[in-house]
Design a binder for this molecule. Structure first.
Ligand code: EPU
Length: 426
């Protein structure tokens, strides 16, 4: 099995480039289904999730061509007049995010048959709000043989209140509403930068959306959309990962291509840790001279601190001076990561959706397993501040969301290699 072998001790120093956000790009690709003809997306990360999404769209009859422009990828998706409306389990189970084809398929074809993704390592992930919203718009939804089967004779605008500002539910409802008859109002909508990015692309395709970036979205359906060209918003989670890596390793990292404003709370945590934060025209710089001080973390929907930065923050806190309280409000099974980092000597106790981290001077290298993308990079950061060698297994998780992660780390002075491991046999 391939692992990332990390030899601890380096202080990360230098510059990295951040490209488009995985959690936006997958939705933008799905939204290309809404318009027959060509949609071109730029600033794409070369990650495995994009490849899987491409296969999913090809299965629906789209022709997808890729090219590389500078350091990023670009895809042109040509959606046919008549789409296949089925998304098979083999692909959906690999990326949960592929459920975002549901809204566009219903809007374009009046039907969809999308495999249910099932649970994953960060916990149960119900889709009740997606279904309730689409049902209010006139869709009939049933679960048949592991598939979500949806049919709408006519999609109608509706007033929809979300119990929680779910990213995925907001996206599926919105992408159905753009072609529905009448106006849809989504209250308590998610406000993540990736939602704003999707709204902007939909507007460029001809959609009518008011309230972009607020928790009330008003969408007036139009008769048809047309293809567009759009660059994905920079990945704030990758950028925040570098910020936490700088704090943990007492490093100095310039993150180019990021939007500091999307990370206001995360960068405030860096400042609480004693780090210096410099906002630049095209990103930011984080420099941590001394041992970080502890800071508390509460994960919340945007603009709160992202759950997708929680493991990286715990990695930094595991070597901080003091005790930190972590409250995970979205995916409490994400604390599975704590069992792995504890194998490296971190002092972390969890209770329900809270964790307490008592900082240590140093961790000690050990073989550990990534349970999801963010746990994977959190463990690599932990390896950087551990004595000796850490082997992080299940690194396919990291490849889902980080472009050439180990190469970027080496560029910052870390000793990290991708190797075959004998510790983790079959
Ligand atoms: N929820 C429900 N019912 C629903 C939908 C969501 O109860 O119908 C709950 C979830 O269980 C969770 C909360 O609502 O507790 C928020 O979930 P949300 O729907 O916002 O998350 P998502 O759309 O499934 C996206 C990202 C996640 C990220 C979350 C929160 C993608 C592909 N995934 O998931 O990213 O953690 O938003 O910001 O966009 C990651 O990249 O590592 C990752 C897990």
């Amino acid at each position: 099995m391939q692992v990332l072998r990390v030899t601890g001790g380096a202080r990360l120093d230098g510059a990295v480039d951040v490209v488009g956000a995985k959690n936006s790009v997958l939705k933008l690709m799905a939204a290309a289904l809404l318009a027959p003809g060509d949609t071109t997306l730029g600033n794409l990360p070369a990650i495995s999730d994009v490849t899987i999404m491409r296969q999913l769209l090809e299965g629906m009859g789209c022709a997808v061509t890729e090219s590389t422009v500078g350091a990023t990828d670009r895809v042109t998706i040509s959606a046919p007049e008549h789409l296949q409306y089925e998304a098979p389990y083999e692909l959906v189970r690999k990326i949960r995010g592929s459920i975002c084809v549901l809204g566009p398929l219903i809007a374009r074809t009046g039907r969809a048959k999308v495999a249910l993704p099932g649970g994953d390592a960060i916990g149960t992930r119900p889709l009740d709000m997606h279904f309730a919203g689409l049902e209010r718009m006139g869709t009939e939804i049933s679960i048949q043989h592991g598939f979500v089967v949806a049919e709408a004779r006519e999609l109608r605008g509706a007033s929809i209140w979300l119990d929680f500002p779910s990213v995925g539910a907001t996206e599926n409802i919105m992408t159905a509403a753009v072609l529905a008859k009448g106006t849809t109002v989504i209250d308590n909508a998610a406000r993540e930068p990736e939602i704003v990015d999707l709204c902007r692309m939909l507007v460029a395709m001809g959609a009518q959306i008011d309230g972009i970036g607020t928790s009330t979205l008003e969408i007036t359906g139009v008769d048809g959309l047309s293809g567009t060209t759009h660059d994905a918003v920079p990945d704030r989670i990758v950028a925040g990962t570098w910020a936490m890596a700088a704090v943990a390793t007492r490093g100095d990292i310039t993150v180019r291509g990021a939007v500091a404003d999307h990370l206001r709370i995360a960068l405030d945590k860096v400042a609480q840790a004693g780090g210096e934060v410099e906002v630049l025209a095209d990103g930011f710089r984080v420099a941590q001279a001394d041992r970080p001080r502890s800071f508390d973390v509460v994960t919340l929907p945007y603009p709160g601190l992202a759950t997708d930065l929680q493991p990286q923050a715990i990695a930094a806190l595991s070597v901080a001076d003091g005790t930190a309280m972590i409250t995970e409000n979205l995916f409490e099974a994400r604390f599975m990561f704590c069992d792995e980092i504890s194998r490296m000597g971190a002092d972390v106790r969890t209770d329900g959706h809270h964790a307490v981290v008592r900082g240590r001077e140093r961790l000690s290298g050990a073989p550990v397993r990534a349970t999801d993308i963010r746990a994977g990079v959190g463990l690599v950061i932990a390896g950087l501040v551990a004595e000796g060698v850490t082997e992080v297994a299940e690194i396919h998780h990291i490849d889902r969301g980080y472009v050439r992660f180990e190469e970027q780390l080496r560029g910052l002075g870390a000793d990290v290699e991708r190797v075959e491991s004998s510790t983790f046999g079959p």
